[in-house]
Design a protein around this ligand. Structure first.
Ligand code: NAP
Length: 284
């Protein structure tokens, strides 16, 4: 078997075109959709990511303001900034770039980003709402997984989905989104005994562990759909996933590439969430 490659480029282009049209319609009504990015780190890859968000936002007509607080900022400084931006009617979406300064934790940023502007589902309240089936923005990466599955017309109802990773930004929200779609979900993590026994039982396998090549073809059920969320930098400046692509493609029915799978869909969904937040705030 040779897996179908589920690349994210086409889907990302479709979503980007729709977001551009929606942003344009808001601007025509006198509303400039605006995303605020709060940065409290000097981390180079974070800076690169923020520049790329700002560039992508600009291309679809979304304004992007970056507030740099510096790595010496405290939890109180960050929380005050998030509260100020959440209260600003000109701002429709707010994201807090990680990593946070030493000693600052997302869970301590209470109240943090208001739910209606939490376009990357970072506030623990958003995860709680997602788990409860209440309206909330899911983290863009988690939603990108479901969007790729839907785009490829993968049936989820009644299928066994196995998620490797239980972080609040990827593993847990992906598991809830799959559960809402009537999949039977198993969540694995670093303490899971015999991971391969679970992964080999998956109809849909989502891997988000941050461990390069940890899943090989031997750990995949023939014909399974494998979504590789991992993004691991290589020494030569490249990027590899958590799934070893060659052996996995021989066994799986479908596989997302890294780079070019989940990543491009994630960034454009962040922009889609910002436009949706602006549309909702205009309707209120
Ligand atoms: P994280 O916070 O480090 O969480 C990793 C999860 O994987 C944890 O739950 C951990 O288990 C589990 N894990 C680690 N080693 C494992 C092993 N050997 N066996 C089973 N489970 C294991 O990472 P994250 O933020 O969720 O990100 C995961 C990956 O996705 C990273 O490569 C990240 O770069 C990538 N990512 C990609 C995008 C994108 O847009 N494509 C966005 C966000 C993240 P414990 O809980 O037991 O420690």
């Amino acid at each position: 078997m040779s897996a179908a490659i589920l690349s994210g480029g086409t889907l990302a282009s479709e979503i980007r075109a729709a977001v551009g049209a929606d942003a344009g319609a808001l601007v025509e009504r006198g509303v400039q959709p605006r995303l605020a990015v709060v940065v409290a780190t000097e981390d180079e890859s974070a800076a690169w990511y923020v520049r790329s968000i700002a560039r992508s936002a600009g291309k679809v007509g979304i304004a992007c303001d970056v507030t740099s607080l510096g790595p010496a900022s405290t939890t109180a400084d960050i929380a005050a900034t998030l509260v100020r931006l959440s209260a600003d009617p000109a701002v429709h979406g707010v994201i807090l770039q990680t990593p946070l300064p030493e000693g600052a934790a997302l869970a301590d940023l209470d109240p943090g980003i208001a739910a209606g502007k939490d376009v990357d589902g970072a506030n623990p309240d958003s995860l709680g709402r997602l788990a409860a089936g209440l309206p909330a923005f899911a983290p863009a990466t988690a939603e990108a997984v479901l969007s790729l599955l839907d785009h490829a017309h993968i049936e989820l109802r009644g299928r066994h989905a196995v998620v490797v990773g239980r972080s609040a930004v990827v593993g847990k929200p992906v598991a809830h989104l799959l559960l809402h779609r009537d999949a039977t979900v198993t969540i694995c993590h670093s303490r899971t005994a015999d991971l391969a026994r679970h992964s080999r039982d998956a109809d849909v396998l989502v891997v988000a562990a941050g461990r390069p090549g940890m899943i090989t073809g031997a750990q995949v059920r023939p014909g399974a759909v494998v979504i590789d969320v991992g993004t691991n930098p290589t020494a030569d400046g490249g990027l590899v996933g958590d799934v070893e692509p060659v052996s996995t493609a021989e066994v799986a029915g479908a596989l997302t590439p890294v780079p070019g799978g989940v990543g491009p869909v994630t960034s454009v969904l962040l922009l889609q969430h910002t436009v949706r937040a602006a549309q909702r705030q205009v309707r209120q």
